[in-house]
Design a binder for this molecule. Structure first.
Ligand SMILES: Nc1nc2c(c(=O)[nH]1)N[C@H]1C(S)=C(S)[C@@H](COP(=O)(O)O)O[C@H]1N2
Ligand SMILES: [Mo]
Length: 512
């Protein structure tokens, strides 16, 4: 029995490698940012204490990420060998082992920023490959194990051995081919990443204005780091567009059609602005909202060049992948609104996932009616004549952002010793600005919170309040008032069709 132990281990290794190769290939075909392995690497670095991460960056510099991935692959090789040997004793135990590994990959994939269920596809295919390949190996190795010691040199035994070697070669070649194909499939995205890295845009790095931060730990940072900025789109395969291939066509109900290249665009004066971007699907208290420093080109003068005709009231924006949205024309031609074609986010060229090379931003409108990523086409038209992706699915036609406030601190269920509790969070009413934020304890009177400053009315504000609480269970609520006097309603509305309303609240306990 001993003599095939190595063969079982090799089978585990090859089955494992084949699964990784298949998941890699599918990731590349889908133009995904993360393979399951790199998702695990991200998860590991997210869970690693900051001090260790600093040490790793100090020690390994920019090679910290490739090294982490290499480390994970080494661990996987070891586990594959062990699972191969385990398969000899119990095939089901080995399957369960692969299942467990896939579970880790699934956790990492689904907790990555912008995860969607479809991101599990590469992993599912990889797991199927693991199990399928191991099953094939096991069949042929069981036959080999069944050959008695004395018959080892008989022709029948030789045939069995040959069959195992063929399976081995087949799986190895298949895994190699999948890896190579994956590389080829990933070249499009790699080329765009390269073009993005080499871009030198005339933009200013973000500088968080003094006074915008309220200084309470645990409150979402006033400037949302790009890596934490929420991601929402319908793109199964992210569009990969090189700047030199990008064009924007402005047409429809216009006096003259305008076509702009990327070079035409970045030759124009740069506008830069803090803008909070909101998703209409954000629940009360939710985090589908972020604030970034956007750089780009003002949209109003471009539309002016085209000259919208009388009667037009909408612009149908289309992305390179066919997604579209209808935006009120008045929001785009009014220079005061500050609609822009953004080329950079937080001082860097847009990440592919956020719409590289060019996306639209319209302060004051939810993303689904305005913030077209990978935008390539603007058709001036009439709402009466169009239906866009989300309006076809029952969402509101216009989508102005509703006033909102959110409690970030304390977290729900926190227990305190009697005394003062600091409550803090964010609030926004884009395009109008926030005049006041108030909190109420246990349904009592509204009392004002301290509100930090914001550089403009299109970005959110942070707020804080300190309350002294008696021992027991308490609920704290928050509401905001806009600079136009609009007080945030407590009436609860669902996100569908045009954004949630209601007060955010937090439950906490003060110990006696
Ligand atoms: N091309 C394209 N653009 C899109 C979408 C999309 O699905 N496809 N989703 C929109 C929605 S619903 C939102 S909330 C914002 C989110 O932008 P972000 O992913 O950069 O945060 O993009 C908008 N632009
Ligand atoms: Mo959205």
């Amino acid at each position: 029995m001993r003599r095939t132990t190595g063969a079982w281990a090799l089978a585990g290794l090859l089955a494992g490698a084949a699964g990784l190769a298949v998941s890699y290939l599918i990731t590349q075909l889908m133009s995904e940012r993360l393979t399951p392995v790199s998702a695990v690497a991200e998860l590991v670095s997210r869970l690693t204490p900051g001090s260790v991460v600093h040490w790793a960056i100090d020690t390994f510099g920019t090679r910290d990420k490739p090294l982490l991935i290499a480390g994970i692959l080494v661990v996987l090789v070891g586990l594959f060998l062990v699972l191969g040997r385990l398969a000899r004793r119990s095939l089901w135990a080995a399957y369960a082992g692969f299942g467990l590994l896939a579970g880790v990959g699934a956790t990492a994939t689904m907790t990555a920023n912008g995860a969607a269920v479809t991101d599990l596809l590469p992993l599912a295919a990889g797991l199927a490959t693991w199990i399928g390949a191991l099953a094939v190996f096991a069949t042929s190795l069981r036959r080999l194990d069944a050959v008695p010691e004395l018959e080892r040199f008989e022709p029948e035994a030789a045939r069995t051995r040959r069959r195992f070697l063929l399976t081995t070669a087949g799986v190895a070649v298949g895994a190699g081919a999948a890896t190579l194909l994956g590389r080829v499939a990933g070249r499009g995205r790699e080329r765009v990443e390269q073009a993005r890295r080499l871009l030198r845009l005339d933009v200013t790095p973000p500088r968080v204005p003094a006074g915008a931060t309220i200084g309470v730990e645990g409150v979402a940072p006033w400037q949302t780091p790009t890596s934490d900025f929420y991601l929402i789109d319908t793109a199964f395969t992210k569009p990969t567009i090189e700047p030199r291939d990008w064009q924007l066509r402005i047409h429809g109900m216009v006096e003259r059609e305008v076509v702009l290249t990327y070079a035409d665009l970045v030759r124009r004066p740069v506008v830069e602005r803090w803008i909070t971007l909101n998703c209409v699907s954000n629940e009360v208290g939710g985090d589908l909202v972020g604030n970034a420093w956007w750089s780009g080109v003002a949209l109003a003068p471009l539309l002016e060049m085209a000259g919208p005709l009388d009667g037009a009231d909408a612009v149908l924006q289309t992305s390179q992948d066919g997604w579209n949205c209808g935006t009120p024309l008045e929001a785009l031609v009014d220079g005061e609104v500050g609609a822009m074609l953004a080329v950079a986010m937080n001082g860097e060229p847009l990440p592919i996932e956020h719409g590289f090379p060019v996306r639209t931003l319209v302060p004051g409108l939810y993303g689904y009616v305005s913030a077209c990523k990978w935008v390539v086409d603007l058709e001036v038209t009439r709402f009466a004549d169009i239906e866009a992706y989300w309006t076809q699915r029952g969402w509101g036609e216009r989508g102005p952002v509703k006033i909102a406030s959110r409690i970030d601190v304390p977290r729900p269920g926190t227990e305190f010793d009697a005394g003062e509790v600091v409550v803090a969070g964010s609030a926004w009413k884009q395009h109008t600005g926030i005049a006041a934020v108030e909190i109420a304890v246990d349904g009592g009177a509204w009392t004002p919170a301290e509100v930090a400053s914001a550089p403009n009315d299109d970005s959110w504000v942070q707020w804080r309040a300190a309350v002294t609480l008696e021992p027991g269970d308490h609920q704290i609520r928050v509401r905001a008032t806009g600079k136009d006097g609009d007080v945030q309603t407590g009436a609860v509305a669902d996100v569908l069709p045009d954004g949630a309303t209601g007060w955010d609240s937090v439950d906490l306990t003060v110990r006696g």
